[in-house]
Design a protein. Sequence first.
Length: 83
Amino acid sequence: MKQKDRKALYRVLLLLIFVLIVFFPKIYLRNNIYYVSKDINSLNTQYISLKEENRFLKQQHEDALFKNQIMDSLILENLYKDY
């Protein structure tokens, strides 16, 4: 190989290495941002689902407490009638 060809090859390799050094962090960060945003989206979906389930369970709990209060008052009323 001639010396001019070697110099041209070295320049191309140096340019390629420079381009990789400059653009690799950008590509890496974009990929990380993409995957982190996917994780955040998944966690947000789970959060919304759990909030809705919590609301439903609170409503069931309130209904059970109300039913229990009604039953207690009926039982006490029947006890007082017997005496």
